[in-house]
Structure formats: structure tokens, C-alpha cells
Design a binder for this molecule. Structure first.
Ligand SMILES: [Zn+2]
Length: 117
């Protein structure tokens, strides 16, 4: 992912409005690119500030950077969970296909032994 692409995705990320693949690539870029990290931080701060104005919460206790880091960590965890689930699904599918194949072969053997073929 290029910086230009990452920059255009910053708002989508903050609003959690992107698919998993894009999010993964985005976070990967953010990890290795200081400029985009800064960019995200700025947008995040602005967005959080607006939300804060709307909610009229106590500003002293508010930790925007910590919030952003927690947000990124949650995203990573989400990506990890989803990947784990898809591996699990893949493994289950493979097992099912193998089981059905073995059952079919055994059934054919039974038919063959009983002289149907
Ligand atoms: Zn960048």
C-alpha cells in the first residue's frame, strides 16, 4: 500500500468502514510509516475532539492517543480472530470433504464385494 492510498483510507479506518483485507494492509502500512501514523493520529484526534464536543464529556481525563492505540490493538485482534476462524473453517471443510470421500470409497468397496459391479 502506498502513502497516498493509506492517507485516503484514514477516515474510513477511524469510522471502521473498511473490509478486513484493506484494514490489514492499512495497519501494516501504518506500522512501518511514521508519516501516515502521524496523519492517522491527527485525524483521530480531530474526530475524537468532535465526538467529545457532541458528548460534552470531561476533557481532562480523556486520553486520545491511548484511545487510538487501544483502537488499533482491537483492530489487530479482530483481524487475528477472523483469520483464525477462516483457518478453522478451511480445516473443517477439508475434513468434511475427506470424510465424504472415504465413506464413498468404502461404500463402493462394499458394492464391489457384494458383486453389484
Ligand atoms: Zn505512509
Amino acid at each position: 500500500m502506498t502513502c497516498k492510498e493509506a492517507e485516503s483510507l484514514v477516515m474510513d479506518y477511524i469510522r471502521h468502514d473498511m473490509d478486513l483485507q484493506t484494514m490489514e494492509e492499512f495497519l501494516e502500512h501504518i506500522d512501518g510509516c511514521e508519516n501516515c501514523q502521524e496523519e492517522l493520529e491527527i485525524y483521530y484526534t480531530v474526530e475524537a475532539g468532535i465526538r467529545q464536543l457532541d458528548a460534552d464529556t470531561d476533557t481532562d481525563r480523556y486520553n486520545i492517543k491511548g484511545d487510538m492505540e487501544a483502537d488499533i490493538m482491537a483492530s489487530r485482534q479482530h483481524i487475528y480472530n477472523m483469520r483464525f476462524l477462516s483457518i478453522l473453517r478451511y480445516a473443517a471443510n477439508t475434513l468434511i470433504v475427506m470424510s465424504v470421500t472415504v465413506m464413498l470409497l468404502l461404500q463402493i468397496r462394499i458394492w464391489w464385494q457384494t458383486g453389484i459391479f
